[in-house]
Design a protein around this ligand. Sequence first.
Ligand SMILES: [Zn+2]
Ligand SMILES: [Zn+2]
Length: 349
Amino acid sequence: MAKDRTISEVFLVNGSTGDPLLYVDYPGRNNALLFDAGELGTLDAGRLGDLAAVFITHHHVDHFIGLDRIVRANLDQEKTLHLYGPEGTIRRVYDRITSYEHPFFPFQKVVFRVHELLEGRLRWADLDCARRFPEPEVAERALRGRVPVVHANDDLAVEAALVDHTVPCLAFALVEKPGAHPDAARLAEGPLRPGPWVARVLDLLRDGARPETPVEIDGGRFALGALAARYFTTSKGSRLAYITDTAWSESARPALLKLAHRAHRLYCDSYYAATELRQAQTYRHMTATQAAELATAARVEELVLIHFAPRYRGRYEQLLEEARSVFPRTSADLGTSEMRGPFSSSGRR
Ligand SMILES: [Zn+2]
Ligand SMILES: [Zn+2]
């Protein structure tokens, strides 16, 4: 999956056929987001070290095995890295981190703030490296609504909801705030390279600074208006939904429709073909047809299928065609599906 139109850099780390993982970044800012934490060996330490927040749908191995690499890539940093997941996430993350021996160098000051979403409330605890990861002290607050905002910064908000899988599981939507945002494709073209100036320019644009305002970049002087025209776009506030490992059931439907409502793009579980509807109900996944039905009902602009079952290897197009017959604006990233074989989801269900 190539560059996104408005949110600056968005890609499926393992395409549509490996463990589902969505990486979202704004060039020049250390605030990347990651949806799910399965096999992520192709993300380098730089990309993992840029993470500000990780949103884990659930604790099945294909969504959680990459946690150790995320922890490792951030241990030497002085920052708070937010991790979100369903009930049990605080204990599981704590157990994983403390299953290693750490040298505890004085420069290791990272705090992992782990949040878990339950029905109507959010719990969180800080796992503090400088304090040598003592037992977590858990705080809790009430949340309103079926699809609460769990994370927000100057650029975006992330909504989460409980869905219907075989274990506690969440789905998410990322909502970009209206206004100026960096354009990754144009930043990649240059000639200026992304850097701290991107955040400075964004702040100026959002503060309504005049177009002639001078901005110093690498010893050169540029007018704010010219930078805005060349490297930034204006968003009306687009929405990306990330939905996986849930049944398309009566209990999940209201939250799924809300998360996906008029999304610019919906990434959606299509583990099975419609002919395997009973399997989908047993293992609480969606079929390609159900993903397309959700896309239609939620009036999304574009549907991207993710998390194909390994049994479809060599004939993934079948799932794509099935969804397209219901919702034509459907795509999938089949790019290197054969290479991804060993890392695709476990089991032969
Ligand atoms: Zn899964
Ligand atoms: Zn699962």
